[in-house]
Ligand binder design. Sequence first.
Ligand SMILES: C[S@@+](CC[C@H](N)C(=O)[O-])C[C@H]1O[C@@H](n2cnc3c(N)ncnc32)[C@H](O)[C@@H]1O
Length: 331
Amino acid sequence: MTTNQPAPDGVMRLINGYWNTGIIAAAATHRLFTHLEEGAGTAAEIASRAQVSERGAQALLDGLVSIDLVTLDGGRYRNTPAASAFLVEGKPASLAGFAKLKLSHVASVTDLPEVVRVGGPLTGGETEVADNPHWEGIVPAIAAVSVPAADLGVTALNIAEAGEITILDVGGGSGIYSSTWLKANPAARAVQLDWEPINQIARRLVAEQGVGDRFTTVNGDFHTTAFGTGEYDIAVYSHIAHQESPESNIEVFTRLRESLKPGGALVIADYVVDDDRGAPAFPLLFAGEMLLKSKEGGTWRRTDYHEWLTKAGFEDITFHAAPPATVVIAR
Ligand SMILES: C[S@@+](CC[C@H](N)C(=O)[O-])C[C@H]1O[C@@H](n2cnc3c(N)ncnc32)[C@H](O)[C@@H]1O
């Protein structure tokens, strides 16, 4: 007998979505994806290499098959191509650290019903607090999140052939754009503006990439620190616009334009949603995170960026996909 009644399976899995975070983070903690990559293929082999219980290893493997990160073939488990690319440790784009970070955020979601009722964070909001120590945990873990956008910039801006360029990265965090672009162009120099403890982390990470001699940092709040006039070929503002209000974004974009040499480019990377707010999926989900963590931020639409950049004086504005982010290049 056939029925048009939908089965509850899909909704059940969505309701239990926090188990995705738990299973991926536990697997990353025990380097399960790395062990699979190196040839372990059963719960017993994983248990032995990871020094965990076989019962625990089996539960993780079951969960990972359920969410399509691991396949089972002839009794042996393997990473899917996505797990192999993004969850094995040591690869530049590895999100293993990000997965562990997100497990520590799970409890905060219990505030969401009240946050939705009042329309913002229940306490001060994490992103507005000056010099907030929360960035120190987040910044190294999210470096990998910006790898696709930094790589896209190398091509879109022809960084390798650009000669002696200077780059300003506002809220540069881990310094991932500086590392990537200074490696691509041995004549380039980069300056990062961020809070002092974050700049310390960035200097270490950029030096580890062998380009620390062309990387300098400025400590301070980007709302009140001058960017300079006509100094830079490229300015970067990545994963910051979502924590700021529209007025702040217009003000910062205006000062960034002033900081650029004639013909210079501003590169914005962020989770940008379509103008009708119908897609893409991940940026739409991220709207909840900004509601929880910022007083005035949001997942802004393409039209918002276009309007703010035009008000700031930019004339040539293009959008480039770097899923799940979008890179906006404005001149
Ligand atoms: C989400 S992280 C983005 C890091 C980096 N741009 C990236 O895309 O990977 C936000 C960064 O902005 C910095 N930040 C936030 N508010 C700031 C402010 N008012 N002044 C200076 N830096 C700030 C944080 O310290 C953090 O490094």
